[in-house]
Design a protein around this ligand. Structure first.
Ligand code: MAN
Length: 350
């Protein structure tokens, strides 16, 4: 597989972004949703900001308060054995696999470009936490354009779980909030860009507890808000690149051979790669083919080293002729873009 990584990579890094919160530092500008609007490419960045701690023994957890519309900071002693600090992203409750707090708070900020390589970053936030389901932040936005409306949906994180919420905009200036469309625990929702046989479709990724794994499902809707007819789509594959967790990545791409979904797969040791699955054009619950080996593996230094290393994670792509321009977050830190040949990707699927 030929993968052409832009010379300008990483295209956007935390140092390009002025913190939105006083006393915070930007630690990530990554996992952006992608749209074309007014002759420009828009990246809806997940910007993660962390309170600066002067004391190495204190970890500061930011929590948004819907009552005050401000972020409050909770100080946690690094020596407190009730917590486990080994995953830099979270403050885990020791031995439970669940987190008490995140170490940063994310929101959505826009970057705009005419050439797809050089971006100007908007001042301030575009979508900012606004309710009790978003107190730990909003993450990993994807954008589906239907007509003149752009649906932007993202993980809404709070103490009651991680679900998927949605807003819509026509102008990337104001938006309407539609609330939570998939309840916890669910992430990695991808809404198809058109109705198929009269229904909207979405991929989603629940995290079952009693039995089952974090795998990809598909659902239908008449109105983009209420989803049903949930069916399991694809699962983990033991011993392969995607045996840890999988989830949808970019908005499904319509091709002659079927709907092409670029998805992420993590191995058991948390290496995140991008691969693809091809779904039937008339019935996307039918799987036609899938990547046996990943299309893009973290290898460039900016993909291997960062806040959370060895991650390539796409939330959106643009297709021009045979070229897929895949925008992707690298190492939970920055944004990059790589071009792939659509026909080569389709031919590689088995
Ligand atoms: C995981 C990671 C983090 C994210 C949390 C909450 O731990 O994806 O980046 O903040 O989940 O969604």
């Amino acid at each position: 597989m030929r993968v052409y990584r832009y010379e300008e990579n990483p295209l956007i890094t935390p140092s390009d972004i002025k913190p939105y919160h006083d006393g915070f530092e930007v630690i990530g500008a990554f996992n952006a949703g992608v749209a074309e609007y007014n002759g420009e490419i828009i990246l809806a960045l997940r910007v993660a900001e962390r309170p600066i701690s002067d004391d190495p023994n204190i970890v500061k957890a930011p929590v948004y308060s819907p009552e005050t519309n401000k972020v409050e900071i909770i100080d946690i002693d690094r020596n407190d054995s009730r917590y486990d600090f080994s995953d830099p992203r979270v403050i885990e409750i020791s031995g439970t696999g669940q987190f008490a707090y995140l170490t940063s708070i994310s929101y959505v900020r826009l970057a705009r470009s005419k050439d797809g390589r050089n971006f100007t970053i908007d001042d301030g936030a575009f979508v900012y936490p606004s309710n009790e389901h978003e107190t730990f932040g909003i993450e990993d936005p994807r954008i589906t354009q239907i007509g003149d409306t752009y649906y932007i949906y993202f993980s809404a994180v709070s103490p009651v779980g991680v679900g998927e919420s949605m807003v819509s905009t026509k102008d990337f200036n104001t938006y309407e909030h539609h609330g939570m469309i998939f309840s916890p625990e669910n992430k990695d929702v991808l809404i198809f860009p058109e109705k198929i046989n009269g229904k909207y479709y979405a991929l989603h990724r629940p995290v079952p507890k009693a039995t089952g794994s974090p795998e990809m499902w598909i659902a239908e809707s008449d109105n983009l808000l209420y989803w049903g007819n949930h069916r399991h789509l694809i699962g983990l594959r033991e011993g392969m690149w995607d045996d840890g967790r999988i989830g949808g990545g970019a908005v499904p791409i319509k091709t002659e051979k079927g709907w092409l979904e670029l998805y992420h797969g993590a191995s058991k040791d948390n290496r995140y790669c991008m691969g693809a699955v091809l779904l039937d054009l008339d019935d996307p619950s039918k799987v036609i083919a899938r990547s046996e080996t990943p299309l893009v593996v973290p290898e460039a230094d900016y993909e291997v080293e960062g806040f959370f290393s060895k991650v390539v994670f796409s939330c959106g792509a643009i297709v021009e002729g045979d070229t897929i321009k895949m925008y992707y977050g690298v190492a939970d830190t920055s944004m990059a873009c790589a071009e792939l040949s659509l026909s080569e990707v389709l031919d590689s699927l088995k």
